[in-house]
Design a binder for this molecule. Structure first.
Ligand code: FES
Length: 118
């Protein structure tokens, strides 16, 4: 039987107004021990890893294109914010975190590591 990963929801803001969105509609927040990139697109708020899986570009310094894809500021690879797929075709995968807007705030789900960090 495969081991199920435990997730923990972390409150990252009381509301959307709490995020320090730049002109690119992106901000960085902490959730648990992770730094998360929050993006505001026409389809709503999204949470993903703060660093690009290619070479570590800071994604919150990139931009959202007109198809709601996040574009890395370094080499301009593009990623789908729903499923993490690298839509510009280089074969990378961007970690996407579930995000929920609740009555008492905005929460991001992070997988918890096991006893030995696995
Ligand atoms: S570091 Fe992001 S595309 Fe190269």
């Amino acid at each position: 039987m495969p081991e199920q990963k435990k997730i923990k929801w972390h409150k990252v803001a009381d509301g959307e107004f709490d995020f320090a969105f730049g002109q690119n509609n992106m901000a960085q927040v902490s959730a648990g021990n992770k730094t998360i990139c929050i993006s505001k697109t026409s389809s709503g708020l999204h949470a993903c890893a703060s660093k690009c899986p290619h070479a570590g570009g800071v994604l919150s310094e990139g931009f959202i294109d007109n198809e709601d894809k996040i574009v890395c500021p370094i080499h301009r690879y593009k990623f789908n914010l729903i499923n993490g797929r690298n839509t510009s075709g280089e074969g990378y995968y961007l970690k996407i975190y579930p995000l929920e807007i609740r009555e008492n705030g905005i929460f991001v789900a992070i997988e918890e590591k096991g006893l030995f960090g696995f």
